[in-house]
Write a protein that binds this ligand. Structure first.
Ligand SMILES: Nc1ncnc2c1ncn2[C@@H]1O[C@H](COP(=O)(O)OP(=O)(O)OP(=O)(O)O)[C@@H](O)[C@H]1O
Length: 502
């Protein structure tokens, strides 16, 4: 038997590691829950995971990382194995309903056997593919055969062919969303329905939505894919359905699709009639096992003025978020995008841009276009000076965070505490040095977006767990220690002043 206490330490370490690897807190917590060890086979720790998406796309690729933590907790001789449960009693029961329209019955991950087509020839006559719930379990549940194209279809007009998986730059902050979309595109209607992607503006949600559509249409050219924004849906319902009285046509349009891709669902807020209509559309498609992918700028529960029953539908699928890219990821995005448009920039310039353009990819693209235009007009590649000028134009009010690096932060902190840089950077555990070191590490993350490993390097630490410890210590003290908070704010102000003066 595995001891409860060591299990708990294992889970904590695992969660922290996943967050450090760039997963959101929610995803990290979910995965941690899924890989609670269940038994020991000799020196192999075995965990069962009944959720195929997480097992194959998130947990298995990170097996080495998980094994390292297993060894930290139980010893070097241990290995780790993730398995799909072979016996029903090994896993918590997953509810599986044949009537997904009832709140209490919809499942998070419906069993795959429910998606097996009964007879392919039946589907051909239907005009759209339909996957009966009472399928035989011995047929192949994950095959694309489940996804039969309709006979009579229109080509999608709204999908942007340039927004595909090939042009999407994968990084830690979007990896979970990317993998989920790829899995859904490979096996639509089967694993994660609906797939709900949320995150702030300009981080690639729409790009992923198009990628799913483009990928499916490549494999199944006749598939009826409907890409809409929620505003399109409102227009259809209000203008065509209610005002012109052609609601039947509106309903027919949506019920005939095989894949519904809905962008920016948050704009359905306060539109009650449209929400009711969307609720019925959703239920109908869901019952027919049609894939639904939805994007939003918020987690379902946080979208204001949307009916609870609609939110609960969204919560029943797979929820993935995209976070703003960290510093290294921004550099990778800048360099890839610059390369694509023929803009020549060196590493110093990509670092400079990454330091300033922090919030989203759209912003980075706009900036690179400005630089390209400048390159065309002057006939010269961008220089630090020309980039700084453009950065100042784009971020005129304080958002133009100065060319400040970790060293500048370290100097301000050392100066504030009246200590030497060598003490700030050194190994001494004297309280004053430790507090200063923790604050400097925290601000390197908060103010210039450095990733944990990069911060550890900048402070000459081999072990990045020191940085993780610093992060949680500072957060804790900010919450409970007024003096500490006062000092922290003063230091932050000094750094901000330095940024503005540069
Ligand atoms: N990881 C990425 N790789 C390549 N391009 C990206 C990536 N993320 C975003 N982009 C590009 O940035 C631009 C903005 O992305 P997109 O429109 O998908 O953002 P969004 O999250 O849907 O934003 P909004 O919520 O404002 O609609 C697009 O041109 C998109 O192609």
């Amino acid at each position: 038997m595995l001891e409860r206490e060591s299990n708990q330490i294992f889970s904590e370490k695992l969660r922290a590691r996943f967050i450090e690897l760039g997963l959101s807190k929610q995803t990290a917590a979910k995965i941690t829950k899924l890989i609670t060890p269940v038994k020991l086979e000799g020196y192999t720790l075995v965990s069962y995971c009944a959720e195929p998406f997480y097992r194959d796309h998130i947990i298995s690729p990170k097996k080495d990382e998980i094994e390292k933590i297993v060894q930290e907790c139980w010893g070097k001789e241990y290995t780790f194995k993730i398995e799909s449960p072979s016996h029903e009693e090994d896993v918590p029961k997953i509810k599986n309903s044949k009537n997904p329209s009832s709140d209490s019955q919809i499942t998070l991950f419906p069993e795959e056997t429910n998606y097996i087509p009964e007879k392919k020839k039946k589907l051909k006559n239907k005009g759209h593919f339909e996957i009966p719930a009472s399928s035989k379990a011995d047929e192949n549940p994950s095959s694309e055969e489940n996804f039969q194209p309709p006979v009579n279809t229109e080509k999608p007009r709204t999908l942007d062919a340039t927004q595909n998986f090939g042009t999407f730059i994968r990084c830690e902050s979007n990896l979970v969303a990317y993998s989920a979309c790829e899995a859904v595109a490979k096996n639509p209607g089967n694993l994660s329905n609906p797939l709900f992607i949320y995150g702030a503006t300009g981080l690639g949600k729409t790009h992923l939505l198009h990628s799913v559509g483009n990928e499916i249409i490549q494999k199944i050219p006749n598939a009826k894919i409907l890409y809409i924004t929620s505003e399109d849906f409102v227009n259809d319902v209000i203008h065509k359905g209610i005002r012109v009285g052609k609601m039947d046509e509106v309903r027919a349009k949506y019920s005939a699709c095989d894949v519904l891709l809905v962008d920016d669902i948050q704009f359905l807020e306060k539109k009650d009639a449209c929400q009711i209509e969307f609720f019925h559309t959703f239920n109908e498609l869901y019952q027919k096992r049609k894939q639904i992918v939805i994007t939003s700028d918020k987690f379902p529960k946080d979208i204001p003025n949307i009916e609870e029953r609609l939110k609960s539908r969204f919560l029943q699928g797979l929820l993935v978020d995209i976070e703003p890219p960290g510093f290294e990821d921004r550099v990778a995005i800048i360099e890839t995008k610059a390369n694509l448009i023929g803009l020549k920039i060196n590493q110093e310039i990509s670092f400079l841009i990454a330091t300033h353009a922090k919030t989203n990819v759209r912003e980075i693209q706009g900036l690179l276009k400005d630089l390209l235009m400048n390159q065309h007009m002057t006939g010269r590649s961008p220089t630090i000076d020309s980039v700084t000028t453009i950065l100042k134009r784009r971020f005129p009010t304080g958002n133009m965070e100065a060319s400040i690096d970790t060293t500048a932060i370290q100097k301000v902190v050392a100066n504030h505490f009246q200590i030497k840089m060598a003490d700030l950077m050194g190994p001494s555990r004297q309280q004053k040095f430790v507090v200063a070191r923790h604050i400097a590490m925290f601000l390197a993350k908060e103010m210039i977006g450095l990733q944990i490993v990069a911060i550890a390097n900048a402070f000459g630490k081999k072990d990045h767990t020191t940085v993780l410890h610093a992060m949680s210590k500072v957060k804790e003290l900010l919450d409970k220690d007024d003096d500490f908070r006062g000092s922290f704010i003063q230091i932050k102000r000094k750094i901000e002043q330095l940024m503005q003066s540069n």
